[in-house]
Design a protein around this ligand. Structure first.
Ligand code: HEM
Ligand SMILES: *[C@@H]1O[C@H](CO)[C@@H](O)[C@H](O)[C@H]1NC(C)=O
Ligand SMILES: *[C@@H]1O[C@H](CO)[C@@H](O)[C@H](O)[C@H]1NC(C)=O
Ligand SMILES: *[C@@H]1O[C@H](CO)[C@@H](O)[C@H](O)[C@H]1NC(C)=O
Ligand SMILES: *[C@@H]1O[C@H](CO)[C@@H](O)[C@H](O)[C@H]1NC(C)=O
Ligand SMILES: *[C@@H]1O[C@H](CO)[C@@H](O)[C@H](O)[C@H]1NC(C)=O
Ligand SMILES: *[C@@H]1O[C@H](CO)[C@@H](O)[C@H](O)[C@H]1NC(C)=O
Ligand SMILES: *[C@@H]1O[C@H](CO)[C@@H](O)[C@H](O)[C@H]1NC(C)=O
Length: 427
């Protein structure tokens, strides 16, 4: 009986993988044609108001979440669901996530596909996932555990050191906005009229956040995907995606009003109010130019430039049970000597390791069929010329030695993403 169920599940999963692969192949073709359009070297983006203005009327009018609708740690996805660019219940398929983030924000199809597939593997059922917590809309099978959604994806999606979300150990949950963190960013530009949140300002904010985590959270953990990729990446998203584009500022200007609107904050400066789940796209707001989608190439460029300014963002590791005990992961031990802390950031190794490590940490039940899926993902990243991102000659990595993580309680204890509050959820 058990064997029968296992076999039935394998077919089901194979079906889903096959469906995902069809979508990936189709999107890859689109991606390639958009790449052909945009030739390097990078020039200033154009601006076309008619094309870039995002409709927030009629079908796309803001509708706050109702009982049972999922909302979670990502303000971008929450806003898409509130405006019906994603299903209003907050549960969507790989295709829906990929298309909505591309259409409304100009997220490159390579990043959006990667993030969507990753969500489906780790927090969903390979077909769809929830932008908040567990949902009846995302079922696996009776005898498998219920997918938890990205609200409870600690250390594989959600991580410590986020812009406005608290560290799990400090705040007891990591999906709500902590007003004191938001205010830290908000008041970094305190001349209301000229407020202009740019990448250098967000980098400084990130440095303050990371220092705070290291000095107050004994279980701070900064993983490769959840930390370097997602929490660090999300800082850049604040400006790259939320900033309002115009002829005058084709790369965007992010002022107080726009920042507050996307972050579900209302009220005036001495009385800022957070209404969970009410993230909105402002009226009269313009997305990235169509010739300037935020692709993996630009994303990696941002991560590396930030790493040069603040090397902390490149340091995988965490505290070892006391505050201020940050210890870097021994990358050589982790990868059996294939990479070390220095070579990881050379050539295309970062991109190689990113994809390879995902292949290796997929939940064991999915492993077989997913090797096929991730090889399609590998293929997706191939051939980005001149970016250092090609995966053509990756060093061979055959296994990850996860025992290197045993010194980090923030890694070993995360279990289900719902610690009892441990510390002091302040800034
Ligand atoms: C499928 C695509 C996406 C996925 C899977 C995703 C997932 C996530 C997750 C899991 C987090 C939590 C990170 C953490 O707290 O450690 C997050 C945060 C964030 N995301 Fe997304 N996201 C996606 C697309 C977007 C888009 C399109 C935007 C912008 C328009 C965006 C903006 C942000 C921002 C600004 C944060 C930081 C929240 C904070 O202040 O702490 N994301 N996202
Ligand atoms: C404005 O910000 C600067 C730098 O963060 C700070 O030194 C100054 O006190 C702030 N001014 C006000 C009025 O809050
Ligand atoms: C915002 O700051 C950037 C960098 O300091 C500057 O280039 C830009 O002109 C400023 N934009 C506005 C609208 O003040
Ligand atoms: C963060 O901590 C580092 C290392 O202790 C220190 O050099 C840096 O100045 C701190 N940054 C901020 C913004 O406090
Ligand atoms: C975006 O910029 C345009 C052009 O400057 C402006 O008309 C519009 O009001 C801005 N949108 C928001 C939400 O600030
Ligand atoms: C990448 O470069 C190779 C060799 O220089 C070339 O054959 C190929 O057409 C290029 N691919 C793209 C997408 O530009
Ligand atoms: C795995 O990592 C541990 C802890 O760093 C190390 O002692 C051990 O030698 C590593 N094993 C391999 C096979 O690399
Ligand atoms: C998560 O695990 C902790 C202990 O590890 C337990 O107390 C808690 O009830 C669990 N929460 C859920 C939602 O399973």
């Amino acid at each position: 009986m058990v064997a029968f169920i296992a076999l039935a599940m394998l077919f089901l999963i194979n079906d889903r993988v096959a469906a995902s692969m069809d979508i990936i192949q189709e999107l890859k073709a689109k991606l390639e044609s958009s790449r052909r359009k945009r030739q390097l070297p990078i020039i200033a983006p154009g601006f076309d108001p008619a094309l870039q203005r995002i409709d927030v009327s009629g079908r796309h009018e803001f509708v706050p979440p109702a009982q049972g609708d999922q909302r979670g740690p990502c303000p971008g996805l929450n806003a898409l669901a509130n405006h019906n660019y994603l299903p209003h219940n907050g549960v969507a398929t790989i295709r829906q996530f990929t298309e909505a983030t591309n259409k409304v924000f100009g997220m490159g199809l390579d990043i959006s596909l990667f993030l969507s597939v990753y969500g489906a593997i780790f927090d969903g059922n390979l077909e769809k996932w929830s932008i908040g917590g567990p949902s009846d809309g995302v079922k696996l099978a009776a005898f498998l555990s219920q997918p938890q959604g990205i609200s409870y994806s600690h250390n594989h999606y959600e991580g410590d050191g986020s812009p406005t979300r608290g560290d799990l150990y400090l705040c007891g949950e990591a999906y709500s906005l902590q007003l004191c963190q938001f205010k830290q960013l908000y008041f970094m530009q305190n001349d209301t009229k000229e407020a202009n949140y740019t990448i250098p300002i967000i980098r400084l904010f990130e440095e303050i956040r990371l220092n705070h985590s290291i000095s107050t959270n004994p279980f701070f953990f900064y993983g490769f995907i959840s930390g370097f990729g997602v929490a660090n990446g999300a800082h850049h998203f604040i400006y790259r995606f939320f900033a309002n584009k115009s002829a005058e500022f084709p790369e965007g200007k992010l002022d107080r009003y726009v920042l507050k609107t996307f972050y579900a904050i209302s009220g005036d400066d001495n009385n800022l109010i957070y209404t969970p789940g009410h993230e909105r796209i402002p009226e009269n707001w313009y997305r990235r130019a169509f010739d300037d989608e935020y692709t993996l190439l630009l994303f990696f460029g941002d991560l590396i430039a930030t790493g040069l300014v603040n090397p902390q963002t490149l340091a995988l590791g965490g505290n070892t049970g006391t505050v201020n005990s940050f210890t870097g992961v021994n990358v050589a031990d982790l990868t059996g000597g294939v990479y070390n802390a220095k070579t990881l950031f050379e050539g295309n190794n970062l991109a190689c390791f990113l994809v390879q490590s995902i292949q290796m940490v997929v939940p064991s039940f999915f492993k077989g069929p997913l090797i096929a899926l991730s090889s399609v993902l590998l293929h997706l990243f191939k051939g980005i010329n001149g970016s250092g991102l090609t995966l053509d000659n990756c060093p061979q990595l055959t296994r990850l030695n996860e025992s290197v993580y045993s010194i980090y309680p923030g890694y070993t204890k995360y279990a289900n993403g719902t610690y009892p509050t441990f510390g002091n959820c302040t800034c």
